[in-house]
Design a protein around this ligand. Structure first.
Ligand SMILES: NC(=O)c1ccc[n+]([C@@H]2O[C@H](COP(=O)([O-])OP(=O)(O)OC[C@H]3O[C@@H](n4cnc5c(N)ncnc54)[C@H](OP(=O)(O)O)[C@@H]3O)[C@@H](O)[C@H]2O)c1
Length: 385
C-alpha cells in the first residue's frame, strides 16, 4: 500500500471515530437532572430568604482602598448596588456600561448623597456594549493601555429576554449567549494582563441557578439547528451553564502562581429590571411576592462576598488542590455551593472552552501567551498588550 492510500484510510478512520464520538455525546439533560434543576430553582425562590437569614443587608465590607474593580452592567439592579457599595467602601470602581450617560448621572447622584460622609467616591464610567465584540476589545485595549492593576472584574451585565423572539447580535451570535457568556469570556481573557498586574485578583461571574436547567450543545451554540426549539429560557439557561464551564477551564489554565481566581455566583431570585420583559400580569405577580424575592441590595451580597471575602482565595486553592471538575460557585447565601451535575462534565467544559475561543476569535493558546507577556491577536480587534 502506498503512503497516500494509507494516510487516506487513517483519515477515514479518524472521521469515523469522530462520528462515533459525536453520537456518544449527550444530546440534552436527562429528565432526572432536568427535574432536579427545576426543583433547585423553585427551592431557591421560596427558601432563599431563610437560607440567607444569617447575612446582614447591606453586606458589611472591609475598607477597600487598595482595590480597583470593574463592574459591568452597573446602571441597574444588582450591578448598580455592587458598584455603589464597592465605591462607598473605598474601592476605585469602573462602571463598564452600555449607556454612559446613565452611568454619569448615577455617579453624580451618588457623589452628592455621599458628600459630607467621606472623601469623594473614586468612581468612573467607561463604555462597554456586550452585544458588540468590537466594543469588548476596545474596552480591554483602553483599560490595558493604562498599565495599571485590576484586582476584581465582576462580569455582572446580563439579559433574560423573556418571551422575546430569538435575536442575533451583529457578530452573528444568539443574544443571550453573546451577552451572558461570549462577551464576558472575551473580556476576562483580554483583561488578563491587568489582572496579572493586580494579582492576587478575582474574576467574579454573576451566574444563575437557572444554569441547572441549561444544556450546552457546542455544535449548536446559536440554537438554530432545529435539534432544540429555541425559547428565551433555553437561551438564558444555556448561556449561564456555558459561563460556568468556560470559567472551570479558565481556572484550570491559570497556574496558581498567576494568583487569579475565577468564581461564579448565584445572586438569588432578585427584583430588578431583568423582569422588564415579562408580560404585565407576571410582572404584577413578581411584585406581589416581595417576601420571597430579594431586593437588588440583597442580590448584590454574593457578588460582593466573592469579590472581597479574604477566605475566597483559600477556598479556590482547595478546589484546585483537589482537581475539582468545576470552578468555585458561591450561592445567594454567600456559602460555597455545588453547580449542577452537568456543570461537572469536564469533557463538555473543554469543548465549551474551545468553541468559545473560536467564536470570540482567540487562539487556543491565548492564556499561555498572555501569561508569557506576549501580544495576542483577536479577529474582533487589532492587537492587545
Ligand atoms: N434578577 C435576578 O433574579 C437574577 C437571578 C440570577 C442571575 N441574575 C443575573 O444578575 C445579573 C444582573 O442582572 P439584574 O438582575 O441586575 O438585571 P438588570 O437590572 O436588567 O441589569 C442588567 C444590567 O446589564 C446591562 N446590560 C444588558 N445588556 C447589556 C449589553 N449589551 N452591554 C452592556 N451591558 C448590558 C444593563 O444595562 P442597561 O441598563 O443599559 O440595559 C443593566 O445595567 C445578570 O447577569 C443576570 O443574569 C439575575
Amino acid at each position: 500500500m502506498n503512503s497516500s492510500s494509507s494516510s487516506s484510510s487513517s483519515g477515514k478512520q479518524q472521521q469515523q471515530e469522530e462520528e462515533k464520538e459525536k453520537k456518544r455525546r449527550k444530546q440534552g439533560l436527562g429528565w432526572i437532572e432536568w427535574a432536579r434543576g427545576w426543583f433547585q430553582l423553585i427551592y431557591e425562590m421560596f427558601f432563599q430568604r431563610i437560607a440567607a437569614s444569617h447575612l446582614e443587608n447591606p453586606l458589611p465590607l472591609p475598607s477597600l482602598n487598595d482595590l480597583t474593580c470593574i463592574v459591568t452592567g452597573s446602571t441597574s439592579g444588582i450591578g448598580l448596588q455592587t458598584a455603589r457599595q464597592l465605591a462607598e467602601s473605598g474601592a476605585h470602581v469602573v462602571m463598564a456600561v452600555r449607556n454612559p450617560k446613565a452611568g454619569h448621572d448615577l455617579v453624580q447622584k451618588w457623589q452628592s448623597e455621599w458628600s459630607g460622609v467621606g472623601l469623594p467616591l473614586n468612581i468612573e464610567v467607561m463604555e462597554l456594549n456586550l452585544l458588540s465584540l468590537d466594543s469588548v476589545v476596545r474596552f480591554a485595549e483602553a483599560w490595558n493601555a493604562r498599565l495599571g492593576p485590576l484586582h476584581v472584574l465582576i462580569n455582572n451585565a446580563g439579559i433574560f429576554s423573556l418571551g422575546e423572539p430569538q435575536r442575533f447580535s451583529k457578530d452573528g451570535y444568539e443574544e443571550h449567549m453573546q451577552v451572558n457568556h461570549l462577551a464576558p469570556a472575551l473580556l476576562s481573557i483580554l483583561l488578563l494582563p491587568s489582572l496579572i498586574r493586580g494579582s492576587p485578583s478575582r474574576i467574579v461571574n454573576v451566574n444563575s441557578i437557572m444554569h441547572a436547567v441549561g444544556f450546552v450543545d457546542t455544535e449548536d451554540m446559536n440554537v438554530t439547528s432545529g435539534k432544540r426549539k429555541f425559547s428565551s429560557l433555553v437561551g438564558y439557561s444555556s448561556s449561564k451553564l456555558a459561563q460556568i464551564m468556560f470559567s472551570t477551564i479558565l481556572q484550570k489554565r491559570l497556574p496558581a502562581e498567576a494568583g487569579i481566581n475565577v468564581l461564579c455566583v448565584s445572586p438569588g431570585i432578585v427584583h430588578t429590571n431583568v423582569a422588564r420583559d415579562l408580560p404585565r400580569i407576571l410582572q404584577a405577580g413578581y411584585r406581589l411576592i416581595p417576601y420571597f424575592i430579594f431586593d437588588a441590595r440583597e442580590g448584590s451580597r454574593s457578588s460582593l462576598f466573592a469579590a472581597t471575602d479574604p477566605q475566597v482565595p483559600e477556598y479556590c486553592e482547595m478546589l484546585r488542590a483537589d482537581d475539582w471538575p468545576v470552578c468555585a460557585y458561591i450561592s445567594h447565601d454567600c456559602r460555597p455551593s455545588n453547580a449542577s451535575e452537568e456543570a461537572h462534565n469536564l469533557a463538555t467544559s473543554h469543548r465549551v472552552w474551545e468553541k468559545t475561543l473560536e467564536m470570540t476569535g482567540l487562539s487556543s493558546d491565548v492564556v499561555e501567551k498572555l501569561l508569557d507577556g506576549e501580544e495576542v491577536q483577536c479577529r474582533y480587534g487589532l492587537k492587545q498588550e
